[in-house]
Design a binder for this molecule. Structure first.
Ligand SMILES: [Zn+2]
Length: 134
């Protein structure tokens, strides 16, 4: 027998709902070869065994290109632009979140939100831009 069998009374790491983190536990009940109930060493609470969840993201996870993500966001916002009258961009115009802007260079854009006084973030077809406004 190479693998060590667990049994009642053995220490084990488990996720504790009271402590809201992975703590050391003692097995208090077993189901076949796996722990069923455990007691938390920290709060002394007994609960069903929850395996500690690995926080590391798998290496296979693909990174999302921000440009591609913005393009997708634009595609999803595009239908909501239909029928809206765009406001011509000007530094002396106030733009609210959700308003549609028409820029001489970038074309149609949706105001995503304010970045502070006199600055808004706008999503155009070719990506997000910071625009000055009133
Ligand atoms: Zn606990």
């Amino acid at each position: 027998m190479s693998s060590k069998k667990m049994s009642v009374g053995d220490p084990i790491e488990s996720r504790c709902t009271k402590c809201r983190k992975i703590t050391n536990h003692i097995i208090v009940a077993m189901t076949d070869d796996s722990p069923a109930r455990v007691e938390c060493n920290t709060c002394k609470g007994q609960h069903n065994y929850r395996p500690p969840v690995a926080r590391k993201t798998p290496a296979t996870r693909r990174t999302v290109d921000p440009k591609v993500a913005q393009q997708k966001e634009w595609e999803s916002l595009r239908p909501s632009l239909e029928g809206k009258r765009p406001t011509a961009y000007s530094m002396t115009t106030a733009f609210k979140q959700g308003s549609v802007m028409e820029h001489p260079v970038f074309g149609l854009g949706v105001v995503l939100g304010s970045l502070g006084p006199g600055k808004v973030e706008v999503l155009f077809e070719d990506g997000k831009k910071k625009m000055r406004c009133l």
